[in-house]
Design a protein around this ligand. Structure first.
Ligand code: PLP
Length: 398
């Protein structure tokens, strides 16, 4: 029989918080009109929608009380927001677009598309700690550069990029900067105004909100071409009827996450660090990637040397623990982590790397249980594998 499930795949999605569900249900019960309609039910819907937009933007530190405010464009999620940012900010080809080597597929696959359209798409490498090199970045910036997109926190390792320094360099070259902040929003403070980026992506289901809504936060005056046509909603930049229930849910979720995580010692970090410590104590030869650099507080990528990553995910699933080998958008694919590959990790690390990510609905107690179950499963898998390839040999191939 399946043991109690412990969900440690919060980078893929997070369970919706009951406070969020309640806010959405209350909104839905009111039966508003279409926010684009002129009659009273429509106007009521519009008021709720714009209040949610305003509140989310405020919580992210955007400038909203100004004659030329920053603007939050609601999208269906981060994949759409990233597509809109890249295609909408780069303008028509030719020109240069710079992306980091460790972006989510919703960025790097759009980069491939832009290259097909005639853009000179440059990939900025990362070092062995998963950090982009600022000097190399500066050497890629030139007068032809139309857009830079560098993620805030990596979805596999959690490594935080020096976004403020990157923004300062972009400003010097007058190049717009977009950042994918999906793994940061609700987990760490974001101050859009002082960060200096021109556009920022977020996704509600990554911080205990509903799936189906995300956003692109856009600095005032930043020109953007729409990807969709057919309506005047959201300044015609993203036409289509907005869902007020989803917008209300996204606001409630961001509020919930910020209150939980950002008013003192971050509980996600306490849980993640505790889990890592326990695993190190229980298991020899555990390699925690990027532990020495700044990481988002909830993410841990670990190579369990001597235990195949797919086998680990399956064995832990049987033990009632949900973890991932990497990004959910590529799950099912057997490719190793693009992030670790870009960092120059060898096959012994790549083949055994698993991502564990905690969320606000996890508890310290269940993480203690998880550590023991993980240690037992890894020990078993290693015993089986050791007959074929001793850990020492695996370590040498790392
Ligand atoms: N960007 C990052 C860094 C992500 O981790 C994800 C989801 O895993 C996405 C974008 C895509 O998000 P969504 O599911 O909202 O399209």
């Amino acid at each position: 029989m399946l043991e109690t499930a412990i969900y440690l795949d919060n980078n893929a999605t997070t369970p919706i918080a009951s406070e969020v569900l309640e806010a959405m249900a209350q909104c839905a019960r009111c039966q508003h009109g279409n926010p684009a309609s002129q009659h009273q039910p429509g106007r009521e819907a519009r008021t709720i929608l714009e209040a949610a937009r305003d509140q989310v933007a405020r919580l992210l530190g955007a400038t909203v009380d100004s004659r030329e405010p920053d603007r939050l464009i609601f999208t269906s999620g981060a994949t759409e927001a990233n597509n809109l940012a890249l295609c909408g900010l780069a303008g028509p080809p030719p020109g240069r677009v710079i992306l980091s080597a460790i972006e989510h597929p919703s960025i790097w696959r759009v980069g491939e598309f832009l290259a097909q359209q005639g853009f000179d798409v440059q990939t900025l490498p990362v070092d062995c700690h998963g950090l982009v090199c600022l000097e190399q970045f500066e050497s890629l910036l030139n007068e032809q550069t139309r857009l830079v997109s560098i993620m805030y926190a990596n979805h596999e390792t959690g490594v935080l990029q020096p976004i403020t320094e990157i923004a300062a360099l972009c400003k010097r070259f007058n190049v717009p900067l977009h950042t994918d902040a999906v793994q940061v929003a609700g987990k760490m403070a974001i101050d859009f105004t002082s960060m200096g980026v021109d556009a920022l992506t977020l996704s509600s289901h990554k911080f205990h909100g509903p799936a189906g809504i995300g956003g692109l936060l856009l600095r005032s005056g930043t020109p953007l071409q729409p990807m969709l046509r057919g309506g005047h909603q959201q300044g015609a930049l993203r036409p289509g009827t907005e869902s007020i229930e989803l917008a209300v849910g996204m606001h409630a979720a961001l509020d919930f996450s910020i209150q939980k995580n950002l008013s003192g010692t971050n509980p996600l970090m306490v849980m993640r660090d505790g889990l890592e410590e326990k695993l190190c104590a229980l298991l020899p030869d555990v390699v925690i990637h990027c532990r020495g650099v700044g990481r988002a507080p909830h993410t841990s990528q670990i190579s369990f040397l001597g235990a195949d990553r797919q086998a680990v995910v399956m064995a832990l699933d049987q033990a009632g623990i949900a973890v991932a080998t990497g990004t959910a958008c590529e799950s099912g694919a057997s490719e190793p982590s693009r992030t670790l590959l870009a960092m120059g990790c060898g096959p012994a690390y790549l083949d055994t790397a698993v991502r564990l990510s905690v969320g606000s609905l996890n508890t310290a107690q269940e993480l203690g249980v998880a550590a023991r179950r993980i240690a037992a499963k890894i020990t078993h898998l290693r015993e089986v594998n050791n007959r074929r390839q001793p850990i020492e040999a695996a370590r040498r191939g790392a």
